[in-house]
Design a protein around this ligand. Structure first.
Ligand code: GDP
Length: 484
Protein backbone atom coordinates (compact mmCIF):
# COMPACT_ATOMS: atom_id res chain seq x y z
CA UNK A 1 0.00 0.00 0.00
CA UNK A 2 1.19 3.48 -0.82
CA UNK A 3 0.86 5.74 2.19
CA UNK A 4 -0.20 8.63 0.00
CA UNK A 5 -3.14 6.83 -1.57
CA UNK A 6 -4.60 5.53 1.64
CA UNK A 7 -6.38 8.57 2.93
CA UNK A 8 -9.27 7.19 4.91
CA UNK A 9 -9.49 4.67 7.65
CA UNK A 10 -11.58 3.96 10.66
CA UNK A 11 -10.73 5.60 13.90
CA UNK A 12 -10.24 2.21 15.51
CA UNK A 13 -7.42 1.07 13.27
CA UNK A 14 -5.87 4.50 13.62
CA UNK A 15 -5.82 4.12 17.36
CA UNK A 16 -4.51 0.57 17.14
CA UNK A 17 -7.75 -1.10 18.14
CA UNK A 18 -8.12 1.04 21.26
CA UNK A 19 -4.52 0.82 22.50
CA UNK A 20 -4.11 4.56 22.01
CA UNK A 21 -6.49 7.06 23.57
CA UNK A 22 -8.93 8.38 20.96
CA UNK A 23 -8.24 11.98 21.89
CA UNK A 24 -4.51 11.35 21.81
CA UNK A 25 -3.80 12.74 18.33
CA UNK A 26 -0.20 13.68 18.78
CA UNK A 27 0.90 16.31 16.32
CA UNK A 28 4.53 15.86 17.26
CA UNK A 29 4.64 12.15 16.52
CA UNK A 30 3.95 11.26 12.89
CA UNK A 31 4.18 7.50 13.37
CA UNK A 32 1.25 7.52 15.77
CA UNK A 33 -0.97 8.66 12.88
CA UNK A 34 0.64 6.82 10.03
CA UNK A 35 1.69 3.42 11.33
CA UNK A 36 -1.68 1.86 10.62
CA UNK A 37 -1.21 2.70 6.95
CA UNK A 38 1.69 0.30 6.49
CA UNK A 39 1.20 -2.14 9.32
CA UNK A 40 -0.62 -5.41 8.73
CA UNK A 41 -3.93 -5.26 10.55
CA UNK A 42 -4.17 -7.06 13.83
CA UNK A 43 -7.89 -7.87 13.57
CA UNK A 44 -7.80 -11.12 15.46
CA UNK A 45 -5.56 -9.62 18.12
CA UNK A 46 -7.61 -6.86 19.72
CA UNK A 47 -6.54 -5.53 23.10
CA UNK A 48 -9.16 -6.37 25.75
CA UNK A 49 -11.49 -3.59 26.86
CA UNK A 50 -9.99 -3.99 30.31
CA UNK A 51 -6.46 -3.42 29.02
CA UNK A 52 -7.70 -0.29 27.25
CA UNK A 53 -9.25 0.98 30.48
CA UNK A 54 -6.13 0.25 32.48
CA UNK A 55 -3.95 2.08 29.94
CA UNK A 56 -6.22 5.12 30.19
CA UNK A 57 -6.05 5.02 33.98
CA UNK A 58 -2.28 4.58 33.81
CA UNK A 59 -2.11 7.69 31.63
CA UNK A 60 -3.98 9.72 34.21
CA UNK A 61 -1.85 8.36 37.07
CA UNK A 62 1.22 9.31 35.05
CA UNK A 63 -0.09 12.85 34.68
CA UNK A 64 -1.03 13.10 38.32
CA UNK A 65 2.31 11.81 39.65
CA UNK A 66 4.77 13.03 37.05
CA UNK A 67 7.91 14.92 38.11
CA UNK A 68 7.33 18.26 39.80
CA UNK A 69 3.65 17.72 40.50
CA UNK A 70 2.61 18.19 44.13
CA UNK A 71 2.40 14.44 44.65
CA UNK A 72 5.86 13.93 43.22
CA UNK A 73 7.34 16.69 45.35
CA UNK A 74 5.76 15.12 48.43
CA UNK A 75 7.30 11.74 47.55
CA UNK A 76 10.69 13.33 47.06
CA UNK A 77 10.57 14.91 50.50
CA UNK A 78 9.42 11.58 51.87
CA UNK A 79 12.52 9.76 50.58
CA UNK A 80 14.87 12.50 51.64
CA UNK A 81 13.48 12.57 55.17
CA UNK A 82 13.42 8.77 55.35
CA UNK A 83 17.06 8.54 54.38
CA UNK A 84 17.88 11.08 57.07
CA UNK A 85 16.48 9.52 60.28
CA UNK A 86 16.88 12.67 62.39
CA UNK A 87 14.29 14.47 60.23
CA UNK A 88 10.66 14.95 61.22
CA UNK A 89 7.87 12.55 60.18
CA UNK A 90 7.74 12.49 56.37
CA UNK A 91 4.62 13.57 54.47
CA UNK A 92 2.91 10.76 52.56
CA UNK A 93 2.03 10.69 48.88
CA UNK A 94 -0.26 8.38 46.93
CA UNK A 95 2.24 8.08 44.12
CA UNK A 96 4.65 5.19 43.94
CA UNK A 97 7.39 4.92 41.32
CA UNK A 98 9.36 2.43 39.30
CA UNK A 99 12.61 3.78 37.86
CA UNK A 100 14.00 1.69 35.02
CA UNK A 101 17.74 1.79 34.35
CA UNK A 102 18.56 1.63 30.67
CA UNK A 103 21.43 -0.57 29.54
CA UNK A 104 22.35 -3.35 27.04
CA UNK A 105 21.48 -3.81 23.34
CA UNK A 106 18.38 -2.10 22.00
CA UNK A 107 16.31 -5.28 21.65
CA UNK A 108 17.06 -6.30 25.23
CA UNK A 109 16.22 -2.81 26.40
CA UNK A 110 12.85 -2.74 24.66
CA UNK A 111 11.90 -6.10 26.15
CA UNK A 112 12.93 -5.24 29.68
CA UNK A 113 11.22 -1.86 29.50
CA UNK A 114 8.01 -3.54 28.37
CA UNK A 115 8.22 -5.99 31.28
CA UNK A 116 8.80 -3.05 33.61
CA UNK A 117 5.75 -1.29 32.20
CA UNK A 118 3.64 -4.40 32.75
CA UNK A 119 4.88 -4.52 36.34
CA UNK A 120 4.07 -0.82 36.78
CA UNK A 121 0.53 -1.45 35.47
CA UNK A 122 0.06 -4.36 37.87
CA UNK A 123 1.35 -2.51 40.90
CA UNK A 124 0.05 1.00 40.13
CA UNK A 125 3.49 2.50 39.95
CA UNK A 126 4.55 5.31 37.65
CA UNK A 127 7.32 4.23 35.31
CA UNK A 128 10.23 6.63 34.80
CA UNK A 129 13.39 6.09 32.74
CA UNK A 130 16.87 7.09 33.87
CA UNK A 131 18.19 10.19 32.16
CA UNK A 132 21.20 8.79 30.32
CA UNK A 133 19.10 6.13 28.64
CA UNK A 134 16.24 8.57 28.40
CA UNK A 135 18.08 10.98 26.16
CA UNK A 136 18.49 8.25 23.59
CA UNK A 137 14.97 6.93 24.13
CA UNK A 138 13.73 10.40 23.24
CA UNK A 139 15.64 10.23 19.96
CA UNK A 140 14.37 6.80 19.00
CA UNK A 141 10.81 6.90 20.29
CA UNK A 142 7.97 9.37 20.80
CA UNK A 143 6.57 9.92 24.24
CA UNK A 144 4.10 7.02 24.30
CA UNK A 145 1.46 8.89 26.28
CA UNK A 146 -1.19 11.21 24.79
CA UNK A 147 -0.11 14.59 23.53
CA UNK A 148 0.56 17.04 26.33
CA UNK A 149 1.41 14.25 28.78
CA UNK A 150 4.53 14.75 30.83
CA UNK A 151 7.64 12.89 29.76
CA UNK A 152 8.60 9.53 31.27
CA UNK A 153 12.21 10.58 31.63
CA UNK A 154 13.62 11.33 35.08
CA UNK A 155 14.28 15.01 35.74
CA UNK A 156 17.86 16.08 36.54
CA UNK A 157 16.95 16.97 40.13
CA UNK A 158 15.73 13.45 40.96
CA UNK A 159 16.64 12.20 44.46
CA UNK A 160 19.22 9.74 43.09
CA UNK A 161 21.84 11.15 40.73
CA UNK A 162 22.65 9.46 37.42
CA UNK A 163 25.96 8.32 38.93
CA UNK A 164 24.17 6.70 41.83
CA UNK A 165 21.81 4.95 39.43
CA UNK A 166 24.70 3.80 37.22
CA UNK A 167 26.40 2.24 40.22
CA UNK A 168 23.39 0.13 41.19
CA UNK A 169 24.04 -3.52 40.39
CA UNK A 170 24.37 -7.06 41.61
CA UNK A 171 26.35 -6.13 44.71
CA UNK A 172 24.48 -3.03 45.84
CA UNK A 173 23.59 -3.08 49.56
CA UNK A 174 20.20 -1.55 48.71
CA UNK A 175 19.46 -4.51 46.40
CA UNK A 176 16.54 -6.62 47.59
CA UNK A 177 18.42 -9.92 47.19
CA UNK A 178 21.35 -8.56 49.19
CA UNK A 179 19.05 -7.37 51.95
CA UNK A 180 17.57 -10.86 52.19
CA UNK A 181 21.08 -12.31 52.37
CA UNK A 182 21.97 -9.96 55.23
CA UNK A 183 18.69 -10.77 56.92
CA UNK A 184 17.99 -7.09 57.03
CA UNK A 185 14.93 -6.43 54.93
CA UNK A 186 13.51 -3.04 55.77
CA UNK A 187 11.46 -0.34 54.13
CA UNK A 188 13.69 2.71 53.79
CA UNK A 189 11.37 4.28 51.28
CA UNK A 190 13.47 3.04 48.40
CA UNK A 191 14.72 -0.31 47.08
CA UNK A 192 16.83 -1.59 44.20
CA UNK A 193 15.77 -4.72 42.31
CA UNK A 194 18.31 -6.59 40.21
CA UNK A 195 16.70 -8.68 37.45
CA UNK A 196 19.58 -8.96 34.96
CA UNK A 197 20.87 -12.19 33.44
CA UNK A 198 23.48 -12.50 36.26
CA UNK A 199 20.99 -12.25 39.14
CA UNK A 200 21.12 -14.86 41.89
CA UNK A 201 18.75 -17.03 43.89
CA UNK A 202 17.87 -14.31 46.38
CA UNK A 203 17.21 -11.72 43.65
CA UNK A 204 14.84 -14.24 42.10
CA UNK A 205 12.61 -14.06 45.19
CA UNK A 206 11.15 -11.07 43.35
CA UNK A 207 8.90 -13.63 41.65
CA UNK A 208 7.35 -14.85 44.92
CA UNK A 209 4.03 -13.64 46.37
CA UNK A 210 5.36 -13.01 49.86
CA UNK A 211 8.20 -10.84 48.58
CA UNK A 212 5.88 -8.97 46.23
CA UNK A 213 3.65 -8.11 49.20
CA UNK A 214 6.64 -6.47 50.88
CA UNK A 215 7.98 -4.77 47.75
CA UNK A 216 4.58 -3.25 46.99
CA UNK A 217 4.76 -1.14 50.13
CA UNK A 218 7.96 0.63 49.10
CA UNK A 219 7.31 3.97 47.39
CA UNK A 220 10.35 3.98 45.12
CA UNK A 221 11.67 0.92 43.32
CA UNK A 222 14.68 1.10 41.01
CA UNK A 223 15.07 -1.75 38.54
CA UNK A 224 17.93 -2.94 36.36
CA UNK A 225 17.15 -5.69 33.87
CA UNK A 226 18.07 -6.77 30.37
CA UNK A 227 15.42 -9.46 30.24
CA UNK A 228 11.84 -10.02 29.15
CA UNK A 229 10.65 -11.15 32.55
CA UNK A 230 6.90 -10.93 31.85
CA UNK A 231 6.39 -14.74 31.53
CA UNK A 232 7.41 -15.38 35.14
CA UNK A 233 5.00 -12.70 36.34
CA UNK A 234 2.23 -15.00 35.12
CA UNK A 235 3.37 -17.52 37.74
CA UNK A 236 2.88 -15.12 40.68
CA UNK A 237 -0.48 -16.09 42.16
CA UNK A 238 -1.49 -12.65 43.40
CA UNK A 239 -1.22 -11.20 39.86
CA UNK A 240 -2.92 -14.06 38.08
CA UNK A 241 -6.45 -12.73 38.06
CA UNK A 242 -5.47 -9.24 36.95
CA UNK A 243 -3.21 -10.59 34.20
CA UNK A 244 -5.98 -12.79 32.87
CA UNK A 245 -8.31 -9.80 32.71
CA UNK A 246 -5.67 -7.67 31.00
CA UNK A 247 -4.67 -10.40 28.56
CA UNK A 248 -7.41 -12.96 27.88
CA UNK A 249 -5.08 -13.99 25.02
CA UNK A 250 -1.86 -14.49 26.92
CA UNK A 251 0.36 -14.64 23.89
CA UNK A 252 -0.28 -10.96 23.10
CA UNK A 253 1.50 -9.24 25.98
CA UNK A 254 4.44 -7.83 24.05
CA UNK A 255 2.36 -7.39 20.90
CA UNK A 256 0.01 -4.98 22.65
CA UNK A 257 2.31 -3.32 25.17
CA UNK A 258 5.15 -3.01 22.64
CA UNK A 259 2.88 -1.30 20.12
CA UNK A 260 1.55 0.92 22.89
CA UNK A 261 5.00 2.00 24.07
CA UNK A 262 7.23 2.10 21.00
CA UNK A 263 6.27 4.66 18.40
CA UNK A 264 9.19 5.54 16.12
CA UNK A 265 10.35 9.13 16.52
CA UNK A 266 9.96 11.32 13.44
CA UNK A 267 13.59 10.66 12.47
CA UNK A 268 13.17 6.89 12.84
CA UNK A 269 9.84 7.06 11.02
CA UNK A 270 11.57 8.79 8.10
CA UNK A 271 14.08 5.95 7.86
CA UNK A 272 11.32 3.36 8.03
CA UNK A 273 8.86 4.84 5.58
CA UNK A 274 11.43 5.90 2.96
CA UNK A 275 12.88 2.41 2.95
CA UNK A 276 9.49 0.73 2.97
CA UNK A 277 8.14 2.76 0.09
CA UNK A 278 11.30 2.50 -2.01
CA UNK A 279 11.96 -1.22 -1.63
CA UNK A 280 9.11 -3.12 -0.04
CA UNK A 281 5.72 -1.56 -0.70
CA UNK A 282 5.35 -2.69 -4.32
CA UNK A 283 6.00 -6.38 -3.76
CA UNK A 284 3.16 -8.90 -3.69
CA UNK A 285 4.73 -10.44 -0.62
CA UNK A 286 7.45 -9.47 1.84
CA UNK A 287 9.70 -11.92 3.60
CA UNK A 288 12.08 -10.90 6.37
CA UNK A 289 15.21 -12.80 7.34
CA UNK A 290 17.05 -11.68 10.46
CA UNK A 291 20.57 -13.05 10.67
CA UNK A 292 22.27 -12.81 14.05
CA UNK A 293 25.27 -15.09 14.50
CA UNK A 294 26.66 -15.26 18.03
CA UNK A 295 30.26 -16.13 17.15
CA UNK A 296 33.63 -14.55 17.95
CA UNK A 297 34.34 -14.26 14.24
CA UNK A 298 32.21 -11.99 12.06
CA UNK A 299 31.61 -14.32 9.10
CA UNK A 300 29.87 -14.62 6.71
CA UNK A 301 29.74 -18.35 7.30
CA UNK A 302 28.92 -20.90 4.61
CA UNK A 303 26.83 -22.96 7.01
CA UNK A 304 24.56 -19.99 7.72
CA UNK A 305 23.81 -19.56 4.01
CA UNK A 306 23.11 -23.30 3.73
CA UNK A 307 20.89 -23.15 6.79
CA UNK A 308 18.85 -20.24 5.41
CA UNK A 309 18.41 -21.99 2.07
CA UNK A 310 17.41 -25.22 3.74
CA UNK A 311 14.90 -23.45 6.00
CA UNK A 312 13.32 -21.33 3.27
CA UNK A 313 13.21 -24.18 0.76
CA UNK A 314 11.87 -26.93 3.07
CA UNK A 315 9.11 -24.66 4.32
CA UNK A 316 8.39 -23.10 0.91
CA UNK A 317 9.12 -19.59 2.12
CA UNK A 318 11.23 -18.78 -0.93
CA UNK A 319 11.27 -20.50 -4.33
CA UNK A 320 14.21 -22.69 -5.34
CA UNK A 321 16.28 -21.66 -8.34
CA UNK A 322 16.92 -23.67 -11.47
CA UNK A 323 20.60 -24.39 -11.79
CA UNK A 324 20.52 -25.92 -15.31
CA UNK A 325 20.97 -23.79 -18.39
CA UNK A 326 17.46 -23.99 -19.86
CA UNK A 327 15.44 -21.55 -17.84
CA UNK A 328 11.73 -22.27 -17.34
CA UNK A 329 9.27 -20.14 -19.35
CA UNK A 330 8.58 -16.87 -17.63
CA UNK A 331 5.07 -16.25 -16.31
CA UNK A 332 3.01 -13.48 -17.93
CA UNK A 333 2.43 -11.93 -14.54
CA UNK A 334 5.09 -13.16 -12.16
CA UNK A 335 4.62 -12.83 -8.43
CA UNK A 336 7.07 -10.44 -6.82
CA UNK A 337 8.61 -11.14 -3.46
CA UNK A 338 10.76 -8.66 -1.61
CA UNK A 339 13.31 -10.25 0.69
CA UNK A 340 14.38 -7.98 3.52
CA UNK A 341 17.60 -9.13 5.13
CA UNK A 342 19.07 -7.73 8.31
CA UNK A 343 22.54 -8.60 9.51
CA UNK A 344 25.63 -6.89 10.87
CA UNK A 345 27.54 -8.40 7.92
CA UNK A 346 26.93 -7.80 4.20
CA UNK A 347 28.10 -11.23 3.02
CA UNK A 348 24.77 -13.02 3.26
CA UNK A 349 23.00 -10.32 1.32
CA UNK A 350 25.44 -10.57 -1.59
CA UNK A 351 25.11 -14.34 -1.76
CA UNK A 352 21.32 -14.28 -1.78
CA UNK A 353 21.03 -11.39 -4.22
CA UNK A 354 23.42 -13.06 -6.66
CA UNK A 355 21.58 -16.35 -6.34
CA UNK A 356 18.33 -14.76 -7.54
CA UNK A 357 20.07 -12.68 -10.19
CA UNK A 358 22.18 -15.43 -11.70
CA UNK A 359 19.45 -18.10 -11.76
CA UNK A 360 15.73 -18.15 -12.57
CA UNK A 361 13.32 -19.29 -9.89
CA UNK A 362 11.61 -22.58 -10.69
CA UNK A 363 8.11 -21.12 -10.33
CA UNK A 364 8.79 -17.83 -12.12
CA UNK A 365 8.52 -15.66 -8.97
CA UNK A 366 10.68 -12.55 -9.06
CA UNK A 367 12.76 -12.06 -5.94
CA UNK A 368 14.37 -8.77 -4.97
CA UNK A 369 16.83 -8.75 -2.09
CA UNK A 370 17.40 -5.76 0.22
CA UNK A 371 19.49 -5.00 3.27
CA UNK A 372 19.24 -1.54 4.85
CA UNK A 373 22.54 -1.44 6.77
CA UNK A 374 25.75 -3.38 7.27
CA UNK A 375 27.17 -2.08 10.53
CA UNK A 376 29.72 -4.93 10.91
CA UNK A 377 29.86 -4.67 14.72
CA UNK A 378 27.48 -4.09 17.60
CA UNK A 379 27.90 -0.51 18.89
CA UNK A 380 25.47 -0.20 21.73
CA UNK A 381 26.49 3.35 22.66
CA UNK A 382 26.19 4.87 19.19
CA UNK A 383 22.93 6.71 18.60
CA UNK A 384 22.95 6.52 14.81
CA UNK A 385 23.71 2.81 15.03
CA UNK A 386 20.78 2.23 17.39
CA UNK A 387 18.55 4.33 15.14
CA UNK A 388 19.28 1.98 12.25
CA UNK A 389 18.78 -1.04 14.47
CA UNK A 390 15.36 0.28 15.51
CA UNK A 391 14.37 1.06 11.90
CA UNK A 392 15.38 -2.46 10.88
CA UNK A 393 13.47 -4.16 13.68
CA UNK A 394 10.41 -2.16 12.64
CA UNK A 395 10.86 -2.95 8.93
CA UNK A 396 11.13 -6.66 9.74
CA UNK A 397 7.87 -6.36 11.65
CA UNK A 398 6.17 -5.17 8.45
CA UNK A 399 6.88 -8.40 6.57
CA UNK A 400 4.35 -11.16 5.85
CA UNK A 401 6.68 -14.05 6.65
CA UNK A 402 9.56 -13.79 9.09
CA UNK A 403 12.66 -15.90 9.72
CA UNK A 404 14.60 -15.02 12.88
CA UNK A 405 17.73 -16.18 14.65
CA UNK A 406 17.76 -18.16 17.91
CA UNK A 407 18.40 -16.24 21.12
CA UNK A 408 18.07 -12.81 19.52
CA UNK A 409 15.97 -10.16 21.20
CA UNK A 410 16.30 -8.08 18.00
CA UNK A 411 14.18 -10.73 16.27
CA UNK A 412 11.75 -10.98 19.20
CA UNK A 413 10.93 -7.28 18.95
CA UNK A 414 10.23 -7.59 15.21
CA UNK A 415 7.98 -10.65 15.59
CA UNK A 416 6.09 -9.18 18.54
CA UNK A 417 5.38 -5.80 16.98
CA UNK A 418 4.40 -7.47 13.71
CA UNK A 419 2.19 -10.11 15.32
CA UNK A 420 4.17 -12.79 13.49
CA UNK A 421 5.03 -16.33 14.59
CA UNK A 422 8.46 -16.55 12.99
CA UNK A 423 10.48 -19.45 11.69
CA UNK A 424 13.42 -19.60 14.08
CA UNK A 425 16.79 -20.69 12.70
CA UNK A 426 18.00 -23.47 14.99
CA UNK A 427 21.14 -22.66 16.98
CA UNK A 428 24.09 -24.30 15.29
CA UNK A 429 26.68 -26.46 17.07
CA UNK A 430 30.23 -26.40 15.69
CA UNK A 431 29.26 -24.30 12.69
CA UNK A 432 27.25 -27.04 10.99
CA UNK A 433 23.75 -26.87 9.54
CA UNK A 434 21.35 -28.11 12.22
CA UNK A 435 18.48 -30.47 11.43
CA UNK A 436 15.84 -29.16 11.20
CA UNK A 437 17.27 -25.89 9.92
CA UNK A 438 14.41 -23.97 11.50
CA UNK A 439 11.21 -24.50 13.47
CA UNK A 440 8.11 -22.34 13.57
CA UNK A 441 7.51 -20.60 16.88
CA UNK A 442 4.35 -21.50 18.79
CA UNK A 443 3.64 -17.87 19.62
CA UNK A 444 4.78 -14.38 18.77
CA UNK A 445 5.95 -13.73 22.34
CA UNK A 446 9.61 -13.10 23.24
CA UNK A 447 11.52 -15.63 25.32
CA UNK A 448 12.59 -14.90 28.93
CA UNK A 449 16.21 -16.06 28.86
CA UNK A 450 16.88 -16.27 32.61
CA UNK A 451 13.73 -17.40 34.45
CA UNK A 452 13.75 -18.62 38.04
CA UNK A 453 13.28 -22.34 38.71
CA UNK A 454 12.10 -22.01 42.25
CA UNK A 455 9.03 -23.11 44.12
CA UNK A 456 8.22 -20.18 46.38
CA UNK A 457 6.06 -22.35 48.65
CA UNK A 458 8.48 -25.22 49.29
CA UNK A 459 11.79 -23.50 48.63
CA UNK A 460 12.79 -26.38 46.36
CA UNK A 461 13.66 -26.30 42.67
CA UNK A 462 10.83 -26.76 40.17
CA UNK A 463 10.44 -26.74 36.39
CA UNK A 464 8.53 -23.48 35.93
CA UNK A 465 7.90 -24.37 32.27
CA UNK A 466 5.41 -27.11 33.18
CA UNK A 467 3.20 -25.43 35.81
CA UNK A 468 0.52 -23.79 33.66
CA UNK A 469 -0.50 -24.31 30.02
CA UNK A 470 0.34 -20.74 28.96
CA UNK A 471 3.95 -20.59 30.20
CA UNK A 472 6.17 -22.99 28.25
CA UNK A 473 9.81 -23.48 27.40
CA UNK A 474 11.02 -21.58 24.35
CA UNK A 475 11.76 -23.16 20.99
CA UNK A 476 15.18 -21.55 20.76
CA UNK A 477 16.34 -21.82 24.37
CA UNK A 478 15.30 -24.94 26.28
CA UNK A 479 15.62 -23.33 29.72
CA UNK A 480 13.87 -20.10 28.70
CA UNK A 481 10.17 -19.39 29.28
CA UNK A 482 7.60 -17.85 26.97
CA UNK A 483 3.91 -17.13 26.94
CA UNK A 484 1.91 -19.16 24.43
P1 GDP B 1 20.40 -9.40 20.53
O1 GDP B 1 21.80 -9.23 21.03
O2 GDP B 1 20.33 -10.08 19.21
O3 GDP B 1 19.52 -10.04 21.55
O4 GDP B 1 19.76 -7.96 20.24
P2 GDP B 1 20.03 -6.53 20.88
O5 GDP B 1 19.23 -5.58 20.05
O6 GDP B 1 19.78 -6.52 22.34
O7 GDP B 1 21.57 -6.25 20.68
C1 GDP B 1 22.16 -6.39 19.44
C2 GDP B 1 22.58 -5.04 18.89
O8 GDP B 1 23.53 -5.28 17.83
C3 GDP B 1 21.44 -4.29 18.25
O9 GDP B 1 20.75 -3.46 19.13
C4 GDP B 1 22.16 -3.50 17.19
O10 GDP B 1 22.80 -2.42 17.79
C5 GDP B 1 23.21 -4.51 16.71
N1 GDP B 1 22.67 -5.40 15.67
C6 GDP B 1 22.57 -6.73 15.70
N2 GDP B 1 22.04 -7.19 14.53
C7 GDP B 1 21.81 -6.12 13.77
C8 GDP B 1 21.25 -5.92 12.45
O11 GDP B 1 20.86 -6.86 11.75
N3 GDP B 1 21.14 -4.65 12.00
C9 GDP B 1 21.56 -3.59 12.76
N4 GDP B 1 21.41 -2.37 12.26
N5 GDP B 1 22.08 -3.72 13.99
C10 GDP B 1 22.21 -4.96 14.48
Amino acid sequence: EDIAVVTKSTSRSKHLGGLLAVDSDDKHCVSKHESFLIRRRSHHRKPSTYLQERLRSYESLHRQCSPHTDSYNKSMTHWLVKSNPSGSSPPQSDCRYLVWISYSGLGNRMLSLTSAFLYALLTNRVLLIDRRGGVEMDELFCNPFPQGSPSWILPPDFALSQQELDRLGKHSPSGYGNMVKRNKVENNGYIYVHLSHDYDEKDKLFFCDKDQAFLQRIPLMVLRSNNYFAPSMFLIESYEEELTKLFPEKDTVFHHLGRYLFHPSNTAWGLITRYYQAYLAMADERIGIQIRVFDDETGPFEYVIDQILSCTSNNKLLPDVSLNKSSPPSKPKPKSKALLLTSLSSGYFERLRNRYWEHPTINGDVISVHQPSQEEHQKTDSHSHNMKAWAEMYLLSLTDVLVTSSWSTFGYVAQGLGGLTPWILTKSENRTVPVPACVQATSMEPCFHAPPFYNCKTGAGIDTGTLVPHVKHCEDMTWGLKLV
